[in-house]
Structures are given as C-alpha cells and as structure tokens.
Design a protein around this ligand. Sequence first.
Ligand SMILES: [Zn+2]
Length: 327
Amino acid sequence: MRDWLPRIVIGTILATGLGAASQAAQEADPVAAHRAAARAAAGEEHLALLETVCRVPQPIQTGATNVPPPSRAVPAREEWYAEPAQVFDNLYFVGTQDHGAWAVTTSEGIIVIDALYDYAVEGAVVDGLRKLGLDPEEITHVIISHGHGDHHGGAKYLQDRFGAQIVMGAPDWDLVERSTRDPIPRRDRVATEGMEIRLGETTVTLYLTPGHTAGTVSTMIDVRDQGRSHLTASWGGTSLFATTSVESIQAYIDSAVRYQQLIETRGADVLIANHTSFDRTPDKLAALADRRPGDPHPYVIGADSVRRYVKVAEECARAELARRLAE
Ligand SMILES: [Zn+2]
C-alpha cells in the first residue's frame, strides 16, 4: 500500500512524457501526422478516397504548358459503359464504370447530377433513363459538381436536346467557357450557397465547396427507401493537383470542415460520389441487386461514416498544405 503514490506519479509522468513526445512528433512531421489522421478517418470504407487525395500530386512536365491538350480519344463503349440502376425510390445511378451520374426523380421532372464525358452522356444518362422506364424528356435541371470535362462534357447535349437548365458554380462556368475540347453549354444558372432546387416533394440543396476547383458544388438530396427518408451527401471535387495553389488547398480544407458540420447538422446518412470507386458503387449496386426485403440499404452508411469520408479529404489536404509549406 505504501508505494501507491509514487506509482501514480510515475504513471502520470510517463503519460505526460508520451503525450509531449507524440505532440513533438506531430510538430516535427505534420505531413505524417495528417496522413495518419486521414488513414484513421478512412476506416475500411473510404480507402479509395484516401489513396487518391493523399497521393502527392505530380508536377506536369514542364515545357508543355502552352501546348493544347491532345484530342481525347473516345474509348470503346465496353470500356466505359455501366448498367443503370435504381438506388432509392427517387434516385437512380446513370453513370459509367468510372464516373457517377445520378438522376433524382420527382413528380415535376428529373434533376440530373453530373453530365459525364460528352461521349458517354447519351448512352449512360439518356438511354439509361429509358432502360429504367423513365423519360429523359423530363430532365429539367443538370447540376454540375465541377467544371472538368468528365463531369460537364455532356451538359450541352442535355441542354440542347431537352432544354434542361445547367447549374454550376460561377468560377467553373468561367472554367468551362475556356474549354478547348468539351462542348460548352449556355450559361443558365449560377449555383449559390444553400440554393435549393425543389421539384414536387424533393429538394436538392447546393453547397459551394471550393478547393478541387474554385466553383466546386456539393449537394444533399432527400431520398426515400421503402418509405424511409434519408439524406445523401456528395463531395463535389476530390483530388489535389501539383498546380493547386496554397490558397486553394486552404479553401479545400475550409470547405471540408464546413461540409462535415453540415453532414452532422443535417444528418446526411448516405454517401454518393461522382467517381464510382469513392462510394464503392460497383459493390453496392451488386449488393442492391441481391437485396431482400428488410435488408439494410448498402448506400446508407450513417452520418458518422459520411462525415469521416470528408474528414479523409480534409486531412489529406492538410498533409499536402504542410508538405508545400515545408518545401
Ligand atoms: Zn475534377
């Protein structure tokens, strides 16, 4: 009994010493510390996002900056085509093997999230809707997550053919209008913070989350599954580039912090993505096809997991910022 005090004291000293040591390690190597935090947030579900955003961006070969990008070869259909699928009562996957595109059905029209590459929009979105028994003539809005060709390339086609309104962040309208290789839609609507697109009983809310591009838009969508309401979250832009400025990386971090708060406050319990590896769409669509009544829905992962997904993005960006600042 006599030695209990020294033991506690020693224990406290050890614990304090270890704490100080690990804090010192963090300060000595903030890149490793943020990468470790990203790895911890990823769990087993978000490893593809971790691998992409935590990868150190490679500089583009110098000397090629003024050369126009080579024309993009259109891949053979079997290299990109994916079967469309119903995912919720009012949400459908109409993307490709690599890219997510989503159709929200309402009593007053269809809202499409992302338009894919120009070569894929007809086969994936338009024919996909028909294959699912839906009418592409009902597309009223197309929300573009960000102004890169793999997400907006098909927007002009949907605008011209169905009169759909294209919605995009202001800086990304500028970006798209400078494109030299993708069809450029007419500037319809500029996304604003908290903008709601409400059709019938369904609301899609837009949040401005600059970082991947200056005009990246993330969405939340009311969905229903067998009578139960859920809320989806997406993260509109993912990877960081060697050309991304320190200010843009800071904006990415700020967007990620704020979007995590929104996920918590609004209780977004479903993750959907614009790249199929990030939300594990191939596995989930297969699970949905085998789902029996009463089984859990594979896309409903809970708000904590959805928030951790964005935490992965945040911590990878913090690691990249620390790496740049140490250069
Ligand atoms: Zn992009």
